[in-house]
Design a protein around this ligand. Structure first.
Ligand code: 13P
Ligand code: SF4
Length: 315
């Protein structure tokens, strides 16, 4: 089938089966184009919670589809490629994390949503890059906290809030590999272009960024800025939405600095139009979880959504 035929078939199957397609900003542009909702992890979790579709096709990575299943267990949740993992989730295994947690018995556990359901079940509160700073700030000053699994996001929150959260030593291999030197060279070439970066980037890179935020926050910053061009330190999939929302603006990626071609997430790119079509047609691969795990992982996610609403981060 041609891409056009695949698109038509996907739309037909979606209608026929009362399915909704949720897509992350890092997905291939042709998948974002077909998605009913495109968003950051926080918005997609909200959408997964409130959808009444019979089938949720999650075009993102495994932890995101798993979160959708946890929040809406009566729906069938499909992920076009089950291998679409995440280096942060991989970096934090439940048995090792349980031992780490046991070493800090008086600490509360905040886990970044980029982790497995097992880690969520061991956590008191989940956060995303879109709410992490505000959630942490809302906790009592003397609250001791373990933050997992991203040491870069955790370190950034420590820096901006003055907290001393104990950090699990995990990274997003895509963002961590982006080099501050490459950004500095681009800054020399494009001195008028603000640098936007995702907080999963390493501390040296975040140091030279003009704006640090989640995928959605970066999009909002760019839309509201008077600048005409931007240096973008995050996964390239987001360029589709950046260009769509800002036709007159120019986006420079680390790829434009020849020394760095590190800005594609291989996991995110595993989902293709063809896999999306087969997944809708065959209603698999499906996310399956046992009820007990859903129950235990749900508590800290629901707490995150409730706190985010109370703090005015989401509606
Ligand atoms: P956002 O929540 O900012 O969309 O980030 C998800 C992610 O996986 C970043 O690498
Ligand atoms: Fe995970 Fe990094 Fe890919 Fe995001 S970009 S899904 S954090 S590996």
């Amino acid at each position: 089938m041609t891409n056009e035929e695949l698109k038509q078939e996907i739309l037909r199957l979606k209608r026929e089966k009362n399915a909704v397609i949720l897509g992350h900003y890092y997905q291939r542009h042709e998948i974002q184009e077909l998605s009913d909702y495109v968003g950051d992890s926080l918005a997609l979790a909200q959408e997964a919670q409130r959808t009444e579709a019979d089938i949720i096709v999650f075009c993102g990575v495994h932890f995101m589809a798993e979160t959708a299943k946890i929040l809406n267990p009566q729906r069938k949740v499909l992920l076009p490629d089950m291998e679409a993992s995440c280096s942060l989730a991989e970096s934090c295994k439940a048995d090792e994390f349980a031992a780490f947690k046991a070493q800090h018995p008086d600490h509360m556990v905040i886990s970044y949503v980029n982790c497995s359901a097992e880690i969520k079940a061991l956590s008191d509160l989940i956060c995303t890059s879109g709410n992490a700073e505000k959630l942490v700030r809302s906790l009592p000053e003397d609250q001791k906290i373990i933050f997992a699994p991203d040491r870069n996001l955790g370190g950034y929150i420590n820096q901006v809030t003055g907290r001393q959260m104990v950090l699990w030593n995990g990274v997003c291999t895509v963002h961590d590999a982006m080099q501050a030197e490459a950004v500095m060279q681009l800054k020399v070439e494009y001195p008028d272009a603000p640098v936007v970066a995702h907080p999963e980037c390493n501390p040296a890179l975040l140091e030279v960024a003009d704006f640090v935020g989640s995928t959605k926050a970066m999009l909002t910053y760019i839309k509201q800025s008077d600048a005409r061009r931007f240096i973008v330190a995050t996964e390239t999939g987001i360029l589709y939405e950046m260009r769509r929302e800002n036709p007159g603006k120019e986006f420079i990626t680390l790829r434009d600095n020849k020394s760095c071609a590190c800005d594609d997430c291989a996991y995110m790119k595993l989902n293709t139009l063809d896999k999306l079509y087969r997944c809708l047609r065959d209603e698999q691969p499906e996310i399956r979880m046992d009820a007990d795990m859903i129950e235990r992982a749900k508590r800290p996610i629901v707490r995150m959504l409730e706190m985010s609403r109370q703090l005015g981060i989401i509606k």
